[in-house]
Design a binder for this molecule. Sequence first.
Ligand code: 4AD
Ligand code: MG
Length: 450
Amino acid sequence: GTPVREILRRWAEHIGRRVMINGWVRTRRDSKAGISFVEVNDGSCLKNLQVIVDHGRDRFQEILQSLTTGASVSITGVVRRSPAKGQPVEVEAESISIVGSCDPASYPLQKKRHSFEFLREIAHLRPRTNTIGAVMRVRNSVSYAVHRFFQERGFYYIHTPIITTSDCEGAGEVFRVTAQQDPEFFGRPTYLTVSGQLQAEVYALALGKVYTFGPTFRAENSQTRRHLSEFWMIEPEMAFADLENDLALAQDFLHHVVSSVMSECDEELQFFSKFFDEKLLERLQTVAERPFEVVTYTEAISLLKKSGENFTYPAEWGCDLQAEHERYLTERVFNGPVAVIHFPRDIKPFYMKVNDDGRTVAAMDVLVAGVGEIIGGSEREYRYELLLEQMKLKGMNPEAYEWYLDLRKYGSVPHAGFGLGLERLIQFLTGVPNIRETIPFPRVPGYAFA
Ligand code: 4AD
Ligand code: MG
């Protein structure tokens, strides 16, 4: 078959041609003149293709009753100029085959708009809605742009383990992994990875520039609109690099991905801006062009204190930035993406490079409007003694991370990297209110479907 996207994009060339389309019936309208209008969607774009079914034709009368919402069809017909508004062409059906019928009485997707909460209960059918279909096409486009960006810059794609013996972030938010029949399967405690960073560092210190792009898991008990228990993270890691290089990479990366999606998913972004956020395209444009604002954590705290805002958690030096603080900084102070750097060492993980002041680390969090933190990164502590000291301060067992310490013993170099949550980026790009709509099958505390 020909994708509907192809037919609509280059409709003038298709006029008079015979095409086959494979898709699902969205709606059917019967006119008194013995004609039915069937809207078919094939998932290749938001728009449906209108098919004209003339009841006078061979067997069409009997097929009609099966042409119901949700039925899958293969239709052959001729493309012609449409007299209807809002569509350049339509297809005059010559043959119709009902591939799979769909009982309208029990089919959960009706013509009306369904809430996202309801759609999550039918996660196997929700990709057939306009919003989820459009989000997943954007997700595809982002993923491809991620690989293109790194491949064009000489980064090697490394597959880091999903089952691991480490807890990279040291927050204890890990899922245990054991075999059903044998709890001692690996001979030591193992977890689903929270981040591929530590293993990516191993490869950066051999191949120079690498990136991971894979699933990560967090057993956080956060029921928020921006947390998932399973999400995909993109983690570049560069040897011979410092925080400044890291910031520059994050900047180029966001520019590349945002502008790629803006050119490849124009139809989808128009749709999102209409439904979720009329300022969406404007906001994306600023991210595609403008450099980040960079502030130190210490400056950010003083901006928050001076703000006169009544935060639920008042900002104090030493506290973690809360969602409300992030929003204030991106939406009220800077009106664009902000990189906050040099956080207190006490609130950041063990692997970050300690600054000369002894109180802060060479960290960066990139914040954007609407979503807050989308990137977390740092320069890594590459000095053996200081890393060991950090591990002890954080109550870790250095013996369990001997391999990681070895990297600082044998040919250590300054290196840096970051992690970007794919779903947070998609949330930012589409404006969908809840992160659960950015991943095909969301997992959150109390909910896992399929
Ligand atoms: O800030 P995080 O925890 O950083 C790391 O894991 C580092 N090891 C990354 C690195 O330097 N290589 O997570 C990085 C990003 C966040 O900025 C956020 O975008 C996303 O991962 N993220 C989540 N996304 C959805 N649901 C969650 N529960 C997330 N936790 C983090
Ligand atoms: Mg973080």
